[in-house]
Structures are given as C-alpha cells and as structure tokens.
Ligand binder design. Structure first.
Ligand code: AP5
Length: 192
C-alpha cells in the first residue's frame, strides 16, 4: 500500500498516518519528523534545516530528497508506506514522480486529503503548543505555516485530482471516526 497524506498543519496527517502504519504494517514516513530528528542530532542536514523549520518555512528541496527518498525506496520493498508531509509542493511532486517512474511499484496509489476548518486547525495546534512546546507551534508561526500551505501545498490537490488518485475526507471529526472513514475508503479502493 502506497499512500500520501496532504493536509494543512494540524489536520491530523501524523495522527492518522501512525494509525495506518500500525493497522497495515506499512512504514510511516514523516518528513517533518525526519527533519526534527536531524535537527536534534545536530547533523549537517539538521543544521541547514533548523532555521527553516523553526520559522515555518519550507526546507530546500535537495535536503528533503536526501532525508526521504531512501526511506521510500526501502519501504516500497516491504508492505509499503504512508508519506506524511512529502511531497508538499508541485516541484517536489514532480521530482518524486520522476524518481518513482524509474523504479517499478513505488508510485502512489492514493492521496488522502483531510479537510479541517481554520478555527479547528488553530485550536489543535495551540493545544499541542501547551502540551508539547513544538518550536513551530507559536501563534505567529502557525499563521505563517497555514499561509505557506495555501500558497505552496494547496495546488497539489489539483495535481493529484487530475491523476484520479485524490480522496477527500472530513478530518474535523474525532480521530477514531476519521480512521474509520480512511479504512472504509481503502477497502473500496481494493487496497485493504
Ligand atoms: P510537519 O511536521 O509536516 O508539520 P505540519 O505539516 O505543520 O503538520 P503538523 O505535524 O503540525 O500537523 P498534522 O497534520 O501532522 O497533525 P497532527 O496529527 O500532528 O512539517 C514541519 C516543518 O518541516 C514544515 O513547516 C517545514 O519547515 C518542514 N518540512 C516538512 N516537510 C517538508 C517538505 N516536504 N518540504 C519542505 N519543508 C518541509 O495533529 C495535530 C494536533 O491535533 C495533535 O495535537 C493531535 O493530537 C490533534 N489531532 C489530530 N487529529 C485530531 C482530530 N481528529 N480531532 C482532534 N484533535 C486531533
């Protein structure tokens, strides 16, 4: 199973991707989490990425490809993967597509878009800020991340819709209900 979650900050990409990984034995590949690990480890990639991540800006494409591509190829040899956060721009989607077309069986089968209103996204991210203190969960940075989503990531929805693999889900319901809708969708698509 080869899936991608595309949704704004706070929509539940990570939450649902983790559940998918546990339910289907696929690998959860979170670009944000991989970057935060590199930053925490103080690696050369982490040192270059830190200022972008903390400001809520997109990290340059070449750093992402380093961090994510090998994991995707590895996971494709097994039960598959759910990508969370990469690709998140048209240029990344095109690069990922070009890479996938060189290797049999690694391409995306479904793209899941979680729809959540702005008020709820802000509420969730500010709630997490109080609980976990993630560096990019400040009020100003949350607004910037939402604006970056609108400008850079939203166009991906049309890109994948044109390829017939985009599926829209109501992400504003409780996590168990969202997970149930995703599971039902995967059955309908013949992926589970
Ligand atoms: P990333 O880590 O991908 O952050 P994000 O897109 O801002 O997403 P979040 O993790 O904030 O939200 P989510 O949708 O995963 O929701 P979650 O499940 O956590 O990226 C961070 C940064 O890394 C980027 O800003 C950029 O700098 C860099 N980066 C990453 N990928 C990149 C790329 N491809 N190119 C360039 N730069 C890149 O849930 C959020 C909260 O809501 C949690 O507290 C959760 O418990 C709660 N919640 C979840 N679902 C529900 C629900 N249904 N009901 C109520 N609460 C819920």
């Amino acid at each position: 199973m080869q899936l991608l979650m595309v949704a704004p900050p706070g929509a539940g990409k990570g939450t649902q991707a983790e559940r998918l990984a546990a339910a289907y034995g696929i690998e959860h590949i979170s670009s944000g989490e991989l970057l935060r690990r590199e930053i925490a480890a103080g690696s050369p990639t982490g040192r270059r990425a830190a200022a972008f991540v903390d400001a809520g800006d997109l990290v340059p494409d070449e750093l992402l490809l380093d961090v994510v591509a090998a994991r995707v190829l590895e996971a494709s040899g097994g039960a598959g993967y759910v990508l969370d956060g990469y690709p998140r721009t048209l240029s990344q989607a095109e690069a990922a597509h070009a890479l996938a077309s060189q290797v049999d069986g690694v391409g995306l089968q479904a793209v899941l878009h979680l729809r959540v209103g702005r008020g709820e996204l802000r509420r969730r991210l500010l709630g997490r800020a109080h609980r976990e203190g993630r560096a990019d969960d400040t009020e100003a940075t949350i607004e910037h991340r939402l604006a970056v989503f609108d400008q850079e990531t939203e166009p991906l929805l049309g890109y994948y819709a044109a390829r017939g693999i985009l599926h829209d889900l109501d992400g504003e319901r409780p996590p168990d209900e969202v997970a149930g809708d995703i599971a039902a969708l995967l059955v309908r698509l013949g992926l589970a």
